[in-house]
Design a protein around this ligand. Structure first.
Ligand SMILES: Cc1cc2nc3c(=O)[nH]c(=O)nc-3n(C[C@H](O)[C@H](O)[C@H](O)COP(=O)(O)O)c2cc1C
Length: 335
């Protein structure tokens, strides 16, 4: 899947650029079996049209996942409005067997009226169903999980080799200052380590917002718990899904470029996204002695983030050179 160079600054939602709401909200997650026969992406786009028209007026924000023949919807907003939406959506013939797997009141995470995600894996519908019902059982037994953890454990389960159970390992985001180097690096890493690379595609949340890809890889050998590396495109930073999960990241690695202006632009975008979700991950600038500059460090530290500048001794580092200097740092982050 190609990654476009086009970078929308926002999705032009009326609430684009807002901070995530600070007051507690109702939160509900249901799973249902998809009845969609044709393209899941087309159907997601049709659902998006309804959601755009309806959700915002009721103070509702949702994330919708399509995976393994299932839908999973995470809804935030006033509890009565959530109940009305679930009652309405339950009658929709595009799915059946709607099962609530999480219900709680607490911190909001979703910043947009609708965000969509399609995850392509080889997992069977029956195996996915088992994971859905295990989560439902945990919830009914009174095990309190955050909705973001429920969602992550469904759409991006840990590799069985990861030492820490239940996703309790650091997540690190890879972002490129230019081109799609984050995807080049993660693809190279998957080949080098023979680890499975999971590809996910997020549907744009409005007509003018493009779909973006985000791939991840679990590296069990880093730190005591393993580390998950997630590659994103720059335009992914404008996506509601990235905002929703930004607080789950320990660090953001920015693959810096020779062009200082591009470097400042991406650092500025990362800092702005972090401000919106009130999160201060470590920012790692990875590049050469020319691209890792003190002014980037000043900019990052001014916002209260820890900064790590990692330089390759090579003047034109290739992917292996980058990994050679990044790996020990990620190993330390995991400790
Ligand atoms: C999995 C799934 C999720 C949906 N999510 C929403 C939603 O968040 N908001 C919404 O208004 N409609 C959603 N719909 C569509 C509704 O079921 C229904 O078709 C639509 O709200 C009817 O809208 P209308 O009253 O504008 O015709 C969803 C449908 C499916 C199958």
């Amino acid at each position: 899947m190609s990654v476009s160079e086009h970078e929308p600054e926002s999705t032009r939602w009326p609430d684009s650029g807002n901070e995530v709401p600070l007051l507690p909200v109702g939160r509900l997650i249901y799973a249902s079996v998809s009845q969609v026969k044709g393209s899941a992406l087309d159907e997601m786009r049709r659902i998006r049209e309804h959601a755009i028209a309806n959700n915002q007026g009721h103070g509702i924000r949702v994330a919708l996942l399509n995976m393994c023949g299932w839908f999973v919807q995470w809804i935030e907003g006033p509890e009565p409005a959530i109940e009305r939406l679930v009652t309405r959506v339950a009658q929709d013939t595009r799915h059946h067997g709607l099962t609530v797997i999480h219900r709680s009141h607490g911190k909001a995470r979703l910043m947009r009226p609708w965000i969509g995600s399609i995850v392509q894996t080889t997992e069977t519908s029956a195996d996915f169903a088992q994971r859905v019902f295990a989560l439902k059982e945990r919830h009914e037994m009174g095990d309190v999980m955050e909705p973001a953890s429920v969602w992550l454990s469904l759409c991006s389960p840990s590799d069985p080799d990861m030492p820490a159970a239940g996703g309790a390992y650091p997540r690190v985001m890879l972002l490129p200052a230019r081109r799609a180097v984050s995807f080049d690096l993660i693809n190279w890493l998957a080949r080098e380590t023979s680890r499975p690379l999971i590809r996910r595609r997020f549907a744009g949340s409005s007509e003018d917002a493009l779909d973006v890809e985000s791939d991840y890889l679990d590296l069990p050998g880093l730190g005591p718990c393993g580390v998950r590396i997630v590659a994103n495109a720059r335009k992914g930073l404008a996506m509601g899904m990235t905002h929703a999960f930004l607080p789950n990241y320990e660090a953001v690695v920015i693959l810096l470029d020779d062009d200082a202006e591009q470097n400042h632009r991406i650092v500025g975008k990362v800092l702005s996204a972090c401000r919106q979700v009130h999160h201060t991950p470590t920012i790692i600038g990875l590049g050469t002695h020319l691209s890792v500059t003190p002014d980037l460090q000043t900019e990052v530290e001014r916002q209260g983030h820890a900064w790590l500048g990692i330089t390759s001794p090579m003047s034109r580092p290739d992917l292996a050179d980058y990994w050679e200097v990044l790996e020990p740092v990620l190993d330390r982050i995991g400790r």
